[in-house]
Design a protein around this ligand. Structure first.
Ligand SMILES: CC(C)(COP(=O)(O)OP(=O)(O)OC[C@H]1O[C@@H](n2cnc3c(N)ncnc32)[C@H](O)[C@@H]1OP(=O)(O)O)[C@@H](O)C(=O)NCCC(=O)NCCS
Length: 257
């Protein structure tokens, strides 16, 4: 199979058109997409600009990038590294910073900023892993990592790493879904430190003993009065469970020692 520059160019073009059709339900024909999709124009011009940047032709690279911005409203710094299958839907107002790294099959919408947080040099823009979607108007700021398959809600402001396969929304962006499970943004990454509510085998043992004493008192009172004793409650069976919990607590304490 031929792998020359022309064949690589045409297969990249084919993939760009396929992803646009796959992710934009409004897409009708290749001709329409080639002629009217600013997201595609911006990616094609970025590839040219990025090639120039890699050859250290900084000024021509910036000129191509600014021409692309003028044409599409999408500003991608020539230094940004973008993987295959990238799709920008609508596009106007997108800004992608110099040290941004974008993996494979990433989708972003209009108004997204993948930007820096300050004026320091070096890596200062996000790393966006494969399969990520960033909703319209979201800002992802700083050298953070957006994990594989994550979704960032429209309008979110993300300033911390985003776990893989999560949905992050809001300002500041917090995960509301991780691996398909809804999570409470208040408690994620913050273990429950309410020690007063930790399971306490000693308190459970006392509770069990008090229950047993109350039952015995009731039984004794019934015997003294010459009436049948009241039926035993289920709580009377608590002693075995409590013994197990105490054993577990002792084992955990000796493991930790
Ligand atoms: C985040 C998004 C991807 C949905 O992801 P999802 O995994 O399907 O999550 P859900 O829709 O179940 O939403 C989960 C929770 O986040 C909330 N939520 C979803 N998107 C939100 C957003 N952008 N901002 C704030 N909260 C949002 C939901 O209300 C829901 O809250 P609840 O649990 O209290 O009901 C989607 O809402 C989104 O913003 N997509 C971007 C679309 C876009 O930009 N389109 C532009 C077309 S031109």
């Amino acid at each position: 199979m031929a792998t020359g520059p022309v064949s690589r160019f045409t297969s990249a073009l084919r993939r760009d058109l396929d992803v646009a059709r796959e992710r934009d339900p409004a897409a009708r024909s290749d001709a329409e997409m080639v002629l009217t999709y600013p997201g595609l124009h911006a990616i094609w011009l970025h590839r040219a600009a990025h090639g120039m940047e890699q050859r250290k032709w900084h000024l021509p690279a910036r000129m191509v990038s600014q021409f692309s911005r003028f044409l599409t409203g999408i500003e991608i710094h020539p230094g940004a590294t973008i993987g295959p299958g990238f799709f920008i839907d609508h596009g106007m107002g997108v800004v992608i910073g110099e040290t941004t790294e974008i993996g494979e099959d990433v989708t972003i919408y209009q108004g997204v900023t993948l930007g820096g947080t300050g004026k320091h040099g070096g890596k200062r823009h996000p790393t966006v892993r494969d399969g990520v979607t960033v909703g319209a108007g979201a800002s992802v700021l700083g050298p953070l990592e957006v994990g594989e398959g994550a979704k960032i809600g429209a309008g979110s402001i993300v300033v911390k790493d985003v776990p893989a396969n999560s949905t992050v929304v809001g300002n500041p962006g917090k995960p509301v879904i991780v691996d398909g499970q809804r999570v409470d943004p208040q408690t994620l990454h913050h273990p429950d430190l309410d020690h007063t509510r930790l399971p306490d085998p000693v308190a459970e043992a006392l509770d069990c003993l008090i229950g047993r004493v109350e039952e015995l008192e009731a039984e004794l009172a019934a015997l003294r009065a010459g009436v049948p004793p009241p039926p035993k409650s289920d709580e009377a069976d608590c002693s075995d469970g409590v013994r197990d919990r105490i054993r577990e607590a002792r084992a955990a304490a000796s493991d930790a020692a």
